[in-house]
Write a new protein. Structure first.
Length: 62
């Protein structure tokens, strides 16, 4: 997904996620706060940026 498409995607997901779920984002330039606000709920949001490490074939996210 392109970062500019996140607003429509969050609108579609609003009401379908609960505070018990965890969102993992790999969207560049999209903050965890923007995702929480877009979903209208306080839930766990983690950003993972694997691009650089994948480029050198040394990637791991934890």
């Amino acid at each position: 997904m392109k970062p500019q498409d996140v607003f429509s995607a969050l609108e579609e997901l609003k009401g379908s996620v609960s505070e018990k779920q965890l969102i993992i984002s790999v969207l560049a330039g999209i903050s965890t706060t923007l995702i929480e606000d877009g979903l209208g709920t306080k839930l766990g949001v983690i950003r993972a940026m694997p691009n650089t490490s994948c480029a050198v074939l040394e990637s791991a996210q934890a």
